[in-house]
Design a protein around this ligand. Structure first.
Ligand SMILES: [Zn+2]
Length: 431
């Protein structure tokens, strides 16, 4: 049975009341408040959601609590403005407060026993990410290790597209893991899977970090398979966003636990014909960011609640998820109009043989293009198998075209996107 501390409810209440009382971004929300006589959960449930558009419209003054001076915060370096580019949405500027972010991360480590043991805050950490998102970018020249260090971090990759990875570069990454011996390796699953394919081919041994933390992107069944060919380390998926900090952490038993000391999460189920009530979206309210009041922010992802609310690991503070289902921006529709989450699609692709990478684009109501990278000799057979399975998922009337590619590239955001529709989809239509 999940339970929340009395601090959680009290903090949720005070944050809400402060925002309704004093912040212009939430002035229009006052009319929705049933009042202080109602339980805090009911008051939250009555509120609208915060969208990226609303953040743009009221940034920054509309979100900064009384007594905080934005100019002084910026001048002293306590805060800065950072621009994010979502997978699908327009970019948005946020207030970045490093101390709050670090604290949110530190609290999330307690939700995984390996992280709790290894992540001290001074531990050395290697990061395999797209430098568009984090690290140092250099597409022309390779950067020496010293130019990719920052405090306790080593950024293994400086290329914005892994198509630029040479055999020398992947060899260098492998050798640097051995030399740096990170306690934790944090990685985009797509990039780590690609590195693992190279390591497996080379037959070289590789240093085993104490924990691999998967972040930035949805981890596919195929990513995990490729990573597991090379790494025996425990793997945990960490989930959050620039606006909200660390929201869920996967424990050693594989479920996702809410970082309830750091944020409030409200769950809105999809309609039953689209996967509700287990599948829904989450609205996140950071509880302790002193500079930036974000309430009921739609992170843009769909999750699957664990019906039992229990986990073999014994943690019971906050919401428990059995899975992250992928972004709304990676959801597709069957020919009959039922919503298909990325996880459901990924499970189907996971049933094929010999897939290295894939991407599915739905170009119309019943037309789907699957782009697939494989080393299989009999590609036509793989194509037929893929087509058959996708018809079982999307409907007999679905028109499936399969195209074999040499490699796939990330989007301009720096992240890979495994599925998308060429037409707009609004989550509100499925709630
Ligand atoms: Zn657990």
């Amino acid at each position: 049975m999940r339970c929340f501390s009395s601090e959680y409810d009290e903090r949720s209440r005070s944050i809400l009341e402060e925002a309704l009382r004093g912040l212009t971004a939430y002035a229009s929300w006052r009319a929705f408040d049933p009042g202080p006589g109602y339980p805090v959960d009911a008051r939250y449930a009555a509120m609208p959601t915060l969208t990226k558009k609303a953040i743009r419209d009221h940034f920054p003054e509309g979100f900064v609590p009384a007594g905080k001076d934005i100019k002084r915060g910026l001048d002293s370096g306590e805060i800065e403005f950072v621009k994010t580019s979502g997978t699908s949405d327009v970019s948005v500027t946020n207030i970045w407060h490093q101390r709050w972010w670090d604290e949110s991360e530190r609290l999330s480590w307690q939700l995984n026993s390996h992280a709790a043991r290894l992540a001290t805050g001074t531990h050395n950490e290697a990061i395999l990410a797209n430098p568009i998102n984090v690290g140092f970018i250099s597409n022309d020249a390779d950067l020496p290790m010293g130019k990719r260090r920052l405090a306790r971090f080593l950024y293994l990759n400086e290329k914005s597209d892994p198509a630029l990875w040479t055999p020398e570069l992947t060899k260098r990454m492998t050798e640097e893991l051995e030399e740096f011996r990170p306690a934790v390796l944090e990685a985009n699953p797509s990039l780590l899977a690609k590195l693992c394919r190279h390591i497996a081919e080379s037959g070289r041994p590789v240093f085993q970090p104490g924990l691999i933390v998967i972040t930035f992107e949805y981890p596919s069944v195929w990513h995990y398979r490729q990573i597991r060919r090379v790494f025996r380390s425990p793997i945990a998926s960490s989930y959050g966003s620039t606006e909200t900090g660390y929201v869920f952490m996967q424990c050693e038993a594989g479920k996702f636990h809410q970082n309830s000391d750091s944020c409030r999460v409200d769950f809105q189920p999809l309609k039953s014909e689209h996967g509700g009530p287990e599948i829904g979206r989450i609205l996140v309210t950071p509880l302790h960011n002193p500079w930036y009041r974000i309430l009921r922010f739609d992170v843009g992802d769909l999750v699957r609640r664990d019906v039992s609310g229990e986990c073999p690991c014994g943690r019971n503070s906050g919401m428990v998820l059995s899975a992250i289902e992928g972004r709304m921006a990676t959801a597709t529709l069957t020919a009959a109009g039922r919503l298909v989450t990325l996880r459901e699609l990924d499970d189907v692709i996971g049933g094929l043989s010999g897939v290295e990478e894939y991407k599915l684009e739905q170009s119309g109501k019943d037309s789907y293009d699957l782009f697939i990278v494989s080393r299989m000799a009999d590609k036509p057979a793989l194509g037929r198998e893929a087509s058959l399975r996708l018809k079982q998922l999307y409907g007999e009337g679905a028109n499936i075209s399969v195209r074999h590619e040499e490699a796939l590239s990330p989007e301009i955001t720096g992240k890979y996107r495994l599925a998308k529709t060429d037409f707009p989809m609004d989550v509100e239509d499925y709630l």
